[in-house]
Design a protein around this ligand. Structure first.
Ligand code: HEC
Length: 108
Protein backbone atom coordinates (compact mmCIF):
# COMPACT_ATOMS: atom_id res chain seq x y z
CA UNK A 1 0.00 0.00 0.00
CA UNK A 2 2.66 2.51 1.05
CA UNK A 3 4.72 1.32 -1.89
CA UNK A 4 2.00 2.15 -4.41
CA UNK A 5 1.61 5.62 -2.92
CA UNK A 6 5.34 6.18 -3.48
CA UNK A 7 5.03 4.92 -7.04
CA UNK A 8 2.13 7.29 -7.75
CA UNK A 9 4.04 10.20 -6.21
CA UNK A 10 7.08 9.30 -8.29
CA UNK A 11 4.96 9.24 -11.45
CA UNK A 12 3.41 12.62 -10.64
CA UNK A 13 6.79 14.20 -9.94
CA UNK A 14 8.28 12.77 -13.16
CA UNK A 15 5.43 14.11 -15.29
CA UNK A 16 5.80 17.49 -13.61
CA UNK A 17 9.57 17.57 -14.21
CA UNK A 18 9.16 16.65 -17.87
CA UNK A 19 6.39 19.23 -18.29
CA UNK A 20 8.65 21.95 -16.87
CA UNK A 21 11.80 21.24 -18.83
CA UNK A 22 10.56 19.16 -21.76
CA UNK A 23 10.22 22.02 -24.21
CA UNK A 24 13.77 23.27 -23.77
CA UNK A 25 16.46 21.43 -25.73
CA UNK A 26 19.47 19.94 -23.98
CA UNK A 27 22.77 21.01 -25.51
CA UNK A 28 24.37 18.66 -28.02
CA UNK A 29 27.64 18.85 -29.92
CA UNK A 30 25.85 21.20 -32.36
CA UNK A 31 25.33 23.75 -29.56
CA UNK A 32 28.89 23.33 -28.25
CA UNK A 33 30.38 23.74 -31.74
CA UNK A 34 28.19 26.76 -32.48
CA UNK A 35 29.23 28.46 -29.22
CA UNK A 36 32.93 27.72 -29.78
CA UNK A 37 32.88 29.31 -33.22
CA UNK A 38 30.61 32.20 -32.19
CA UNK A 39 32.63 33.27 -29.14
CA UNK A 40 36.06 31.97 -30.15
CA UNK A 41 36.47 30.22 -26.77
CA UNK A 42 34.97 27.17 -25.09
CA UNK A 43 31.61 28.12 -23.52
CA UNK A 44 30.06 25.68 -21.10
CA UNK A 45 26.59 25.66 -22.68
CA UNK A 46 25.72 22.53 -20.67
CA UNK A 47 26.16 24.54 -17.51
CA UNK A 48 24.22 27.39 -19.15
CA UNK A 49 21.34 24.98 -19.77
CA UNK A 50 21.39 23.74 -16.16
CA UNK A 51 21.42 27.32 -14.87
CA UNK A 52 18.63 28.31 -17.26
CA UNK A 53 16.38 25.47 -16.10
CA UNK A 54 17.20 26.09 -12.43
CA UNK A 55 16.92 29.90 -12.39
CA UNK A 56 14.45 30.87 -15.08
CA UNK A 57 11.52 28.57 -14.33
CA UNK A 58 10.52 29.88 -10.90
CA UNK A 59 8.12 32.65 -11.99
CA UNK A 60 6.94 31.39 -15.38
CA UNK A 61 7.49 28.32 -17.52
CA UNK A 62 10.66 28.22 -19.57
CA UNK A 63 10.62 30.05 -22.88
CA UNK A 64 12.07 28.13 -25.80
CA UNK A 65 15.22 30.00 -26.88
CA UNK A 66 13.95 30.26 -30.47
CA UNK A 67 10.72 31.99 -29.37
CA UNK A 68 12.59 35.29 -29.42
CA UNK A 69 15.00 36.80 -31.92
CA UNK A 70 18.53 37.67 -30.77
CA UNK A 71 17.57 41.34 -30.64
CA UNK A 72 14.48 40.58 -28.52
CA UNK A 73 16.60 38.49 -26.12
CA UNK A 74 19.06 41.38 -25.92
CA UNK A 75 16.23 43.49 -24.48
CA UNK A 76 14.56 40.86 -22.27
CA UNK A 77 17.61 39.06 -20.93
CA UNK A 78 19.22 41.89 -18.92
CA UNK A 79 15.89 42.48 -17.17
CA UNK A 80 15.41 38.76 -16.42
CA UNK A 81 18.92 38.08 -15.22
CA UNK A 82 18.33 40.84 -12.66
CA UNK A 83 15.12 39.12 -11.56
CA UNK A 84 16.92 35.77 -11.35
CA UNK A 85 19.86 37.41 -9.52
CA UNK A 86 22.43 35.72 -11.77
CA UNK A 87 26.11 36.57 -11.38
CA UNK A 88 27.87 37.96 -14.47
CA UNK A 89 29.54 34.62 -15.13
CA UNK A 90 26.32 32.63 -14.81
CA UNK A 91 24.35 35.12 -16.92
CA UNK A 92 27.02 34.84 -19.62
CA UNK A 93 26.62 31.04 -19.76
CA UNK A 94 22.81 31.17 -19.76
CA UNK A 95 22.86 33.65 -22.63
CA UNK A 96 25.41 31.52 -24.53
CA UNK A 97 23.09 28.52 -24.08
CA UNK A 98 20.02 30.51 -25.21
CA UNK A 99 21.83 31.91 -28.26
CA UNK A 100 23.21 28.50 -29.26
CA UNK A 101 19.85 26.76 -28.85
CA UNK A 102 18.12 29.46 -30.84
CA UNK A 103 20.73 29.34 -33.62
CA UNK A 104 20.68 25.54 -33.82
CA UNK A 105 16.87 25.47 -34.16
CA UNK A 106 16.88 28.18 -36.82
CA UNK A 107 19.62 26.45 -38.79
CA UNK A 108 17.70 23.14 -38.99
C1 HEC B 1 11.34 36.82 -10.11
C2 HEC B 1 10.53 36.27 -11.21
C3 HEC B 1 11.19 35.97 -12.54
C4 HEC B 1 12.35 35.27 -12.79
C5 HEC B 1 13.30 34.60 -11.79
C6 HEC B 1 12.52 35.25 -14.23
N1 HEC B 1 11.48 35.90 -14.83
FE1 HEC B 1 11.16 36.09 -16.83
N2 HEC B 1 9.46 37.16 -16.48
C7 HEC B 1 8.98 37.51 -15.24
C8 HEC B 1 7.79 38.35 -15.41
C9 HEC B 1 6.97 38.95 -14.27
C10 HEC B 1 7.59 38.48 -16.80
C11 HEC B 1 6.49 39.25 -17.56
C12 HEC B 1 6.63 40.74 -17.45
C13 HEC B 1 7.94 41.29 -17.90
O1 HEC B 1 8.30 41.17 -19.10
O2 HEC B 1 8.63 41.86 -17.03
C14 HEC B 1 8.64 37.70 -17.43
C15 HEC B 1 8.78 37.57 -18.80
C16 HEC B 1 9.77 36.86 -19.45
C17 HEC B 1 9.89 36.73 -20.88
C18 HEC B 1 8.91 37.30 -21.92
C19 HEC B 1 9.22 38.76 -22.13
C20 HEC B 1 8.36 39.41 -23.17
O3 HEC B 1 8.41 40.65 -23.21
O4 HEC B 1 7.68 38.73 -23.95
C21 HEC B 1 11.02 36.01 -21.12
C22 HEC B 1 11.57 35.61 -22.47
C23 HEC B 1 11.63 35.70 -19.84
N3 HEC B 1 10.83 36.22 -18.84
C24 HEC B 1 12.80 35.03 -19.68
C25 HEC B 1 13.41 34.79 -18.43
C26 HEC B 1 14.74 34.23 -18.26
C27 HEC B 1 15.69 33.84 -19.39
C28 HEC B 1 14.96 34.13 -16.92
C29 HEC B 1 16.22 33.64 -16.20
C30 HEC B 1 17.43 34.43 -16.44
C31 HEC B 1 13.75 34.63 -16.24
N4 HEC B 1 12.85 35.03 -17.20
C32 HEC B 1 13.60 34.67 -14.87
C33 HEC B 1 9.49 37.11 -14.03
C34 HEC B 1 10.64 36.37 -13.83
Amino acid sequence: MTRSIYLILLAVVSVWLVACTGSVPRPTSLHRDWARSRYGVEKDVDRGYTLYVANCSGCHSLYHPSEYSDSAWAVVFPEMREKAKLSNGDADLVLAYISSASAVVKAH
